[in-house]
Design a protein around this ligand. Sequence first.
Ligand code: 25A
Ligand code: L14
Length: 330
Amino acid sequence: MAKNVAIVGATGAVGQEMIKVLEKRNFPVKNIKLLASKRSAGKDLLFKGEKVKVEELTTTSFKGVDIALFSAGGAVSKDFAKHVIDAGAVMIDNSSAFRLEEGVPLVVPEVNPEDVKWHKGIISNPNCSTIIMVVAINPIYKLSRIKRIVASTYQAVSGAGASAMQECIDQTRDFLNGKEIKPVNFAHQIAFNLIPHIDTFQENLYTREEMKMVWETRKIMHDDQIKVAATTVRVPVLRSHSESLMIETEKKLSLEQIKEAILKAPGVILEDEPQNKVYPMPFFRAGKDEVSVGRIRYDLSSETGIMLWVVGDQLLKGAALNAVQIAELL
Ligand code: 25A
Ligand code: L14
């Protein structure tokens, strides 16, 4: 049966992709409501070729709505969750607001689809780097439990939103023209630079983004023992996050077993022919649904370690696509 769908943050980097993913997958939409802040209210956006006016998000926006897709930041999600639930709608939330709360499923449809069943009105969409990682490692985990992961990420500027993406483009031009650079969205200049700092620093000297990969992986994979340590880095790439992973399995696995498992798994593809210069790259993953895995090789520093290079479009599988897949499960 067709559903009434609302998108909160419809004008943002993720919201725009949510509109496109609903269209592309032919999600049964009866009526679509596009919501954003007052700034964007009145603006026209297209859905299936028809103009839809962006409305200001208010407490009464969810009357008659069945599914509300949220991507307007944690504060907006916290303020409006009650109004979504009171209206009898289900909230699929892309922010970090409720991900670790008991009673809120944290779902990646390729990994733990069954968890949508126990929702009480809110389902959280995981952090983008975590989604991309678990889609890649889940087929390996099914061959042998993974004990330990060491991850380094290379995260695109669009992860910080549409204005951050524009800032990277503008800074690059300004730098080449010898103009002065004043950072707005990031702590430092991002053009021709790397910034090892995403989200806020914790007392343990890791950032929240790094800790999301620890906490959320355990919840999604239902494994409280899995050990994860991450370094998350912002890179001047417009779209798609990349990750270098070292995973240590319980049983010794062969590269052939791993490749075969990845080839058969949903949502993930193999691009691993080093001799032919075939490996995943973020520029070429942008706009694509699947997470791509390559550079698969034995870790030289441990008995059962495997090294992988993983790339996924974080606006799609890391956010909008995963959210719409959750809606499809519902
Ligand atoms: O969960 P977290 O950690 O708290 O963070 C989540 C945030 O990160 C992004 C996303 O930003 C989200 O806000 N994000 C989350 N997951 C992501 C992922 N996997 C991810 N990004 C990439 N990958 P975003 O930029 O994508 O989207 C922001 C949207 O939210 C709307 N919004 C903000 N506050 C709102 C609100 N809607 C309703 N009520 C509120 N109070 C926002 O709409 C946007 O759609 P908008 O109307 O505020 O802005 C649309 C246009 O306005 C410009 N603009 C933005 N800020 C300002 C501004 N103009 C002037 N002044 C400003 N301060 C923008 O350029 C835009 O064109
Ligand atoms: O927790 O690349 O979903 O800035 C998504 C965007 C975390 C940061 C989340 C990025 C955010 C991330």
